[in-house]
Structure formats: C-alpha cells, structure tokens
Design a protein around this ligand. Structure first.
Ligand code: HEC
Ligand code: HEC
Length: 262
C-alpha cells in the first residue's frame, strides 16, 4: 500500500517541484531549489551520506531506490511502529493526535519527513532539548517503523481561529508576490497534505502554536544548529528563506488556517 501511494504521488512531486521553481526569485536560491526539486522527485538519490552517516549505503545502480536507508517504507512496518510508539504517545497523543498545542501532531504526516526529522533530532542538527534525548535512543529500524506507523494514522479534528483564517487562507493559496513569498499550497498541497514522496510535511490539522513556533524558529535559525544545516537537511533551505519574509501577523494567520485544514 505504501508503495502504491508513493508511485501515485510522483506526478504531484514533479508538479510541486516545478511550481516551487517557478516561484523562486534570486538565482542563488533558484539553484538551491533546483537541487531540492531533484531531491523531491527522487528522494532515494538525495545524498544519504548527508543525512545518514552511519550505514553509508550509497545507492548504486544495483541498489534500487527502495533499499536506501532514507526510505522508511523499505524497512519499517506499521505493526512494529505501533508498539514502539507507546513512549511517544505520552506527548504526541494516541495515534499521533496530540492534545497539547506545543506538541506536533504526527498522524498522517509524511513518513519520509518523519524519518528525516528523527535523524536530525538524533544527530542534534534539529535543536530541541525534549526530542534530542528521545531520538538518541532510536535505531534506524525504530525510525523506519515509527515513521510508517505515524503516516498510516488518521489526523483528527482541530478548528481554525475564525478571526484569522481568511487572511491565512489567502497567503496559503496565493502567497504574496510583492514580498517574494511563494504560495504555501505549491509545496504543502491544496488540503495541507504535503508531498509524501518529496518529504514535504503535511500541515493540515497541525497545532497552530507549534506551527507559529516552527516558522519563528526557521526565521531566527533556531530550528537547526551547526554549520552544515543545508547539507544535513537540503529541504530546510526552502523554509529558512521563506519564513524570514513572513510578518508575525502572516505567521499567526496562516497557522490558524492550517490548524483548521483537512
Ligand atoms: C516529552 C514529550 C515528547 C515525547 C515523549 C516525544 N516527543 Fe516528539 N516532539 C515533542 C516536542 C515538544 C516536539 C517539537 C519540537 C520543536 O519545537 O521543534 C516534538 C517533535 C517531534 C517530531 C517533529 C514533528 C514535525 O512536524 O516536525 C517528530 C517526528 C517526533 N517528535 C517524533 C517523536 C517520536 C517518534 C517519539 C517517541 C520515540 C516522540 N516524538 C516522543 C515532544 C515529545
Ligand atoms: C518550495 C516549497 C515550499 C513552500 C513554497 C513552502 N514550504 Fe513550508 N516546508 C517545505 C519543506 C521542504 C519543509 C520541511 C523543511 C525542513 O526539512 O525543515 C517545510 C516545512 C514547513 C513547516 C514545518 C512543519 C513541521 O511539521 O515542523 C511549516 C510550519 C511550513 N513549512 C509552513 C509553510 C508556510 C506557512 C508556507 C507559505 C508561506 C510554506 N511553508 C511554503 C516546503 C515549502
């Protein structure tokens, strides 16, 4: 089933990458995004050495995409993930539907994105004092199992704040050309499901408090640490650039909007 979804999403990945490219402004950023677009279309080719130093299984012609350590579908099972998720549900909620606004929802999140983020927590590149020690104890197998388990869960009901979501919806769907802000929809999708193959995260029903914190953390640089952030996580380039252009009002509005998305 997971394989079917991935193949089915490929066209979408190409489309999102193309739209993302079209929206890019400066040549330097365009080049970065071109790399990202390539990664998005073929995540297996996205330099496993950068994000995953340990197994060092550089993909060869003989090793097809499905066997790279970055691909949780090739290694993980939902059943094993369900057991391992017991410790996580204390914060992320039963089935990944967290009830605390500071703890992100993981239900229905892209498994590729989850696996990537758990590796980034584990290596300390994603700076979070709560998640780092938790991720430090996870093996690659644990990460794959947890990632496919959470992607298989169904996200459930939060609402948008009625005062803000309309402005948030405009920004999400159209961006703001005058300020070089691309439309979020290009990468996060019309209903906020993200892009499963590219590992672009789903935002739908995400806790708005958490979303505000992440956008501020991208803008300030606090989400990731180290000098090699963009090689450890090539996908980070996009949000590190975009978030700096958002005002506090933009962030509040769009966070409210995505919280109500399904
Ligand atoms: C004590 C509470 C707590 C526990 C237990 C916990 N987490 Fe987290 N988790 C957090 C917090 C808080 C964040 C947000 C960190 C930030 O603000 O950057 C987070 C973020 C994450 C993210 C990033 C989500 C995103 O959208 O980027 C993933 C993936 C994740 N946790 C997975 C797990 C897994 C898997 C486990 C179990 C092994 C786990 N967490 C256990 C509190 C917890
Ligand atoms: C060019 C593609 C692209 C566009 C356009 C884009 N994003 Fe993102 N977004 C990403 C990618 C890729 C990530 C994951 C980055 C990483 O690895 O840290 C991400 C991550 C995020 C996160 C963190 C999610 C989490 O679970 O922690 C938020 C919040 C977010 N984006 C909001 C937005 C908003 C709001 C907009 C529009 C103003 C937007 N994005 C536009 C590609 C994009």
């Amino acid at each position: 089933m997971a394989k079917t979804m991935r193949v089915g999403q490929l066209g979408h990945a190409v489309l999102a990458a193309t739209i993302a490219l079209a929206l890019v402004q400066s040549p330097a950023h365009a080049q970065k995004s071109a790399e990202n677009a390539a990664n998005a279309v073929t995540p297996a080719a996205a330099s496993p050495a950068a994000a995953e130093p340990a197994p060092a299984a550089a993909p060869t012609a003989a090793a097809p995409a499905a066997t790279t350590p970055l691909d949780p579908f090739a290694h993980g099972t939902v059943q094993a993930g369900a057991t391992k998720a017991a410790v996580c549900s204390a914060c992320h909620g039963p089935n990944g539907n967290s009830a605390n606004p500071e703890w992100p929802r993981l239900a229905g999140q892209s498994a590729i994105y989850i696996a990537q983020q758990l590796r980034l927590f584990r290596s300390g590149t994603r700076a979070n004092p709560i998640m780092k020690p938790l991720a430090a104890g996870l093996s690659d197998q644990d990460i794959s199992d947890l990632a496919v388990y959470y992607q298989a869960q169904t996200v459930s009901g939060l609402e948008a704040d009625p005062s803000y979501w309309k402005a948030g919806s405009d920004l999400y769907r159209r961006g703001d050309k005058a300020r070089d802000i691309p439309a979020c929809i290009a990468c996060h999708g019309p209903v906020g499901r993200g892009n499963i193959v590219g590992g672009y995260p789903a935002l739908r029903a995400q806790e708005s408090v958490y979303v505000v914190k992440q956008l501020n953390d991208y803008a300030s640089g606090a989400r990731y640490t180290g000098t090699n952030v963009t090689s450890a996580d090539p996908n980070s380039v996009m949000m590190l650039t975009i978030a700096k252009r958002l005002t506090p009002e933009d962030i509040r509005n769009v966070a409210s909007y995505v919280q109500g998305m399904r």
